[in-house]
Design a protein. Structure first.
Lengths: 886, 161
């Protein structure tokens, strides 16, 4: 936590606030201690997640023995301190500060987005003078002006608290806004050609204490008192940030970050914050349809389900269960994943199921490696980064790693193949040649073991980590989708030898970890057990269990391309856009006998479907998701779906009935409870427990029961009975479950359930690191090795169907080292011919200092331009030849 | 853009500080001396030297009036009109010089707050060199001396040259 309490220790002190004796940790700030004890000291600039600055003077108090009026936000508590927050002199100061602030503040509250949830409004009412003596003309500025594509600035309303500028520098690390000019012309400025294009810019709007910063997508859309709110989990990526989703008239209008200490600490990335727009996109498919003589025809649900069930039945009978394959499911809820696994593995009997699309890591490793929690980063002995650019793919995890490295001074080693967002904060950087990640990992293991590794950066890092307690946290992912997962796995095998090592998986899709946990991967059954270990457990519960391990995404696509897949179900999956090899994906979709799309949109993959079953999406459905640390949290259902869309899990159930197996699951909570009863890792995570526990439940439940905090209040954003409003950290009060009381009962029940499954159910899968692979082939001296990763605003559905995000997408170019550009012999920006073993494409080439010589970077854009045409999934790495066009 | 000489000087300046960002103002003065004012193109370059964003440099240089973010004359004449000077003729000096040099590109006349030279008011600065006990005529004569080179002017940043 960046709360300005680095000096805090555990020693308790006793002090008096307004005549009441309270206890607090020595060094805590008076403003915070007072608030925790029910005394709200008014403030504008102080934010609990940022360093205090004492700029706004609203929190001045009296402290016996201290001269003048110290600001409560910069005054640490001490033994015997006597503080007064409501004396006449303090009230007079508050009057004066508010009167000064209101001199230049326009009273345009009726047309201000903040009106109704504005701290300046509220505090003027509660603490202010009520009358202004200022009769002169207020200052005027052009208003509002854009700071970026998403954030507008109304300079007249700004009270110069510096929350936004401090957030940009301290939290986001993008100091693209600062105060310029002076006195009454003082204003937040950007440099003319550098807009505030931070991925985290929306947070400044949330924490602005007046209506100076405005969200372009939300501006003039609603009044705060008209909004209704549900707590939810963001599923844009796998971090699982907690949010408060707000709607009015059945339209989603705003997502605010909720301060979940263990995960997002109040922050959201802009893609998550504004990505709700796609839910209401015109492109949504809202009615089921089936292909009749080469044209899609809208039909009723019973007809559509009947058609699909018949195709499944026929495939099973004529070609066997493994002629059916399911791809996707990483974008849904845990309930969706479980129901589809039960349909595929427990009814149909196929194991050809994969939630990942060849762009992740093998489920064996994700499910079996020892896991870290996000919070472990702050206490880690060291952090090793081997994976994609977290800033682009898992933005709030980037914030947490940055915080650990900067505020907690945890040594950070950057082993990515090119510079990433975290590189400036790394203790040491060692650029790995793509494909040779294993070598770097072995060097690190040697260095930590006290032997010289031959790499100065790695040696320096090992020296910095020496003597520190805590786990070594490895953030593990595919640094590039242009290479196979094998080099990363070789590195993981090496890392696994480190003492007290734990892994944070950097897979990106919203619920990919939930889907894998529940068996949406070949060789696995729900609850992190392998097919072989779990067969005996699931056989009496389900109708059937697959006989042998099936194919992963790549295998499924190859089989489909060869005409061996009779029914291919695309569960919110678009392989043509997302599978690294577009050509294979296209051939697979064409080669599959019958394609069933369970999706919300038409895509290049689902356009070719024979049956389209439209599903509900985030915001429209309840359920749970699991984030990358294994934390199960609930989703909020805020709007009613349009059309006749259906939850994915219900579609699976409806198909199962038609195949002769009634799941008997009516409500989503029943699915959650079935998971909690049959899936070993989930044992005890019943819907009632998830509803009561504020921070969700981390899997496996049994090992994390002691972390459960039981809610004692509800989320209250409108602040009818307390000071918590959207501009301050939004929290839900909670307590540890007490000895008696129904909350303790639920935890006990979970413990009992977990213990029973521990005894009876198969053991959780553990990764066997002996399964090792060879090195990547040597690189041709004239070739450039391709590195390809995602960008935050990619060609995916959330970006392209959200009008506010779509324009933020950047054009892609091949990025090379200046030396390599000179060797190619062309100018910056020239079109060049790029050839891999797979294809030849024409692209502009540019230089970028972040790309090492011998490497070329090309973003993996989800609409199939560039990288996915070039990537050869049959080889470990993809090498490119770049030539001039003559 | 810094000249090669100034680039080397900028590197030396940055090296004098424990944290590179401390060099924002010295580098802004350096750029101002080179160009005669502080053009917007200099800002990203200063930012790069100091390892900060252009917005941070912009914030700093826009706070201080001594950074001229619009082209100005070779001579910046700052005339005080604060209390003491107000009483003994500062505004008259200001008006006289403003009229006299209204169309002279070499000279920029500006009104400033107290220069802390009240003992010998009225006072002014020419490129931050003090001149005191003035009358409009004396003030004009001093500016003319600078223009003719009889007095050696500092740079517009006040750096002796």
């Amino acid at each position: 936590m960046t709360t300005g309490q680095a000096q805090t220790d555990t020693e308790l002190v006793t002090l008096t606030i307004d005549g009441r004796e309270v206890q607090a940790r020595k060094g805590e700030l008076l403003i915070k201690v007072a608030q925790e004890n029910g005394v709200y000291i008014p403030r504008f600039c102080w934010h609990e997640r940022m360093e205090p600055v004492g700029m706004c003077r609203m929190c001045l108090v009296q402290v016996d023995g201290m001269r003048g009026f110290p600001p409560a936000c910069t005054t640490p508590v001490a033994e015997g301190m006597v503080a007064h927050t409501d004396t006449e002199p303090v009230k007079k100061i508050q009057d004066g500060v508010l009167e000064f602030l209101l001199i230049n503040h326009p009273l345009d509250c009726p047309v201000c987005d903040r009106g109704g949830e504005c701290p300046l409004q509220d505090q003027t009412l509660a603490f202010g003078p009520g009358e202004s003596r200022f009769t002169e003309e207020k200052r005027h500025f052009e208003k509002p002006i854009p700071l970026s594509g998403l954030v507008l600035l109304d300079r007249e309303r700004c009270i110069q608290c510096g929350r936004c500028t401090r957030f940009a520098e301290e939290i986001a690390g993008d100091p693209l806004i600062d105060f310029g000019e002076r006195s009454d012309r003082m204003q937040v400025v950007t440099f003319p050609d550098e807009p505030f294009s931070s991925y985290f810019s929306g947070n400044t709007v949330q924490i602005c204490p007046v209506g100076a910063l405005l969200s372009k997508p939300y501006r003039f859309k609603a009044r705060p008192w008209d909004l209704s709110t549900s707590e939810t989990t963001c599923t844009t990526c796998a971090v699982g940030c907690r949010g408060a989703l707000q709607s009015s008239s059945n339209r989603l209008l705003r997502l605010l970050g909720v301060d979940l200490d263990a995960v997002n600490q109040g922050w959201l990335c802009d893609k998550g914050r504004y990505g709700y727009e796609w839910v209401h996109a015109d492109e949504r498919v809202l009615e089921p349809s089936v292909r009749v003589r080469n044209a899609m025809v809208d039909v009723s649900w019973p007809e559509a389900l009947e058609a699909v069930a018949n195709e499944l039945q026929r495939a099973i009978e004529l070609h066997g269960p493994s002629s059916v394959a399911v791809l996707g499911g990483a974008r849904g809820s845990n309930e969706d994943a479980y129901a589809w696994v039960r349909l595929a593995k427990g009814v149909i009997g196929t194991d050809n199921v994969d939630a990942q699309l060849g762009d992740g890591l093998p489920a064996d490793a994700v499910l079996g490696l020892p896991r870290a929690e996000i919070d472990d980063l702050d206490q880690a002995a060291a952090i090793v980064l081997l994976g994609p650019d977290l800033k682009e793919e898992l933005p709030v995890l980037y914030l947490r790693v940055k915080q650990a490295a900067v505020s907690k001074k945890v040594p950070l080693l950057d082993l990515a193949p090119v510079d990433v967002g975290l590189t400036p904060y790394a203790t040491a950087v060692s650029r790995t040649v793509p494909g040779e990640e294993g070598v770097a990992a072995e060097r690190l293991v040697a260095a930590i073991g006290g032997r010289a590794s031959g790499d100065a950066g790695i040696d320096a890092f090992a020296a910095a980590a020496t003597g520190r307690s805590g786990p070594v946290v490895v953030v593990l992912g595919r640094g590039s989708v242009a290479q196979s997962a094998a080099p990363t796995m070789r590195a993981a095998a090496a890392f696994a030898a480190l003492p007290n090592v734990r892994f944070l998986s950097a897979l990106r899709r919203g619920n990919v970890h939930g889907a894998l946990d529940l068996g949406l991967a070949p060789g696995f059954l729900p609850g992190r057990v392998t097919l072989d270990a779990g067969r005996g457990w699931f056989a009496p519960i389900w109708q059937t269990v697959p006989k042998e391990r099936g194919l992963d995404a790549e295998g499924i696509l190859r089989a489909a391309a060869d005409g061996k897949v009779r029914v291919l179900v695309l569960l919110g999956a678009d392989p043509v856009a997302d599978f690294p090899d577009t050509d294979l994906a296209r051939r697979a979709i064409d080669g599959a006998g019958y394609v069933v799309a369970v999706d919300a949109f038409l895509s290049e993959s689902t356009r070719r479907a024979d049956a389209f079953l439209p599903c509900t999406v985030w915001g429209e459905k309840a359920g749970t998701t699991t984030n990358l640390e294994g934390r199960v949290q609930r989703l909020g259902r805020k709007v009613s779906p349009e059309g006749t869309t259906m939850d994915d899990w219900r579609i699976a159930g409806e198909l199962a009935v038609r195949l002769g197996n009634d799941f008997d699951l009516e409500f989503v909570d029943e699915v959650t409870d079935e998971i909690a009863t049959v899936a070993p890792a989930h044992a005890g995570a019943r819907s009632q427990l998830l509803r009561r526990s504020r921070d969700g439940v981390v899997l496996p439940v049994r090992e994390h029961l002691h972390e459960i905090m039981v809610r004692t209040g509800d989320l209250n954003i409108m602040a009818e009975d307390g000071p918590a409003v959207s501009w301050d950290p939004i929290r839900v009060d909670a307590a540890e479950p007490s000895e008696e009381g129904d909350a303790a009962h639920e935890v006990d029940e979970a413990r009992g359930e977990a213990e029973r499954l521990e005894r009876e159910a198969p053991a959780h899968h553990e990764w066997d690191r002996a399964a090792n692979v060879g090195d990547a082939p040597g690189r041709d001296a004239y070739a450039l090795r391709l590195v390809s990763g995602r960008e935050l605003y990619d060609g995916g559905r959330i970006t392209t169907c959200s009008p506010s995000l779509a324009p933020l997408r950047k054009d892609s170019a091949l990025m090379v080292h200046p030396q390599d550009l000179a060797r190619i012999g062309v100018e910056e920006g020239t079109q060049v011919r790029v050839t891999s073993s797979r294809a030849t494409v024409t692209l502009p080439v540019r230089t970028h200092p972040s790309v090492p010589a011998g490497t070329a970077r090309l973003p993996f854009t989800a609409d199939g331009r560039g990288a996915s045409e070039l990537i050869d999934t049959t080889t470990m790495v993809t090498d490119l030849r770049v030539e001039t066009i003559s | 853009m810094f000249t090669d000489d100034n680039r080397a000087r900028a590197r030396d300046i940055v090296a004098q500080y424990p944290r590179a960002r401390s060099a924002i103002m010295p580098l802004a003065y350096l750029a101002q001396d080179q160009h005669g004012w502080l053009p917007p193109e200099a800002i990203p370059e200063i930012a790069e030297f100091c390892g900060v964003s252009a917005a941070e440099v912009q914030g700093t240089v826009s706070f201080y009036t001594m950074f001229k973010r619009r082209p100005c004359g070779r001579l910046v004449v700052s005339v005080c009109t604060n209390v003491t000077c107000l009483v003994v003729g500062g505004p008259e000096i200001l008006e006289h010089l403003e009229v006299k040099y209204a169309s002279d590109d070499d000279v920029t006349v500006e009104e400033v707050e107290c220069l802390a030279a009240c003992g010998n008011a009225p006072s002014m600065q020419v490129n931050y060199e003090f001149h005191e006990r003035l009358t409009p005529e004396v003030a004009e004569a001093i500016v003319e001396d600078y223009k003719a080179g009889r007095l050696a002017a500092r740079t517009v940043s006040g750096t002796p040259q």
